[in-house]
Design a protein around this ligand. Sequence first.
Ligand code: GAR
Length: 216
Amino acid sequence: MALPFAVLISGRGSNLLALERATRDGRIDGRIVAVLCDRVDAAGIPAARALGLEASVLEAAQGMDRAAYGAALSAALEAGGARLVVLAGFMRILDAGFVRHWAGRLLNIHPSLLPAYRGLHTHRRVLEAGERIHGCTVHFVVEELDAGPIVIQGRLAVRPGEDEGSLSARVQRLEHIIYPRAVGWMAEGRLTWRDGTAYMDGAPLRPAIVEEEPCV
Ligand code: GAR
């Protein structure tokens, strides 16, 4: 049976669109049952609705703490029937209760080669540091921010003189390849989680790597 999953966004939603495309062309044996967003003005909301997806906004009410927001989010996800939660540019830190509840069923994509460059403004920091290699990471979410077992990484060589815009676009193209792949593995039951450990095809998980295709 196709895996029902939810996608959480805060912005443009380009990863959401890549995931939706992959459910349509059979790369993911799953269906998106809910799109939830914490910002009313996110461009990803109309983009999701244009594809016929159920997209709702869940803003944090005045004075609502992180745990209360997480509980409301979980309730909405359970009500939608999600069995996997996919964070796709969701910029709100989730509380420990939420993460524990969805442990092993919660994936995130981050725009760096974790464990390097956790946090924000990764492309800028990578350029400032003069790094030669950069990329993106899909990982299981654990309580520690931008940590958790790595499923797959997309890797590219930073070009001489490259600016933040170009680097970010190239990283996003890789994100749109690796995220559908990881979710596809979850849907096939190849990527699993037992007692706090991630497995691929029954063996302890080792990160997969996708290299950027050279330009021709
Ligand atoms: C993506 O590049 C993703 O890696 C990043 O937000 C972007 C969302 O783009 N996530 C984080 O920075 C999480 N810490 P999108 O809305 O076009 O999918």
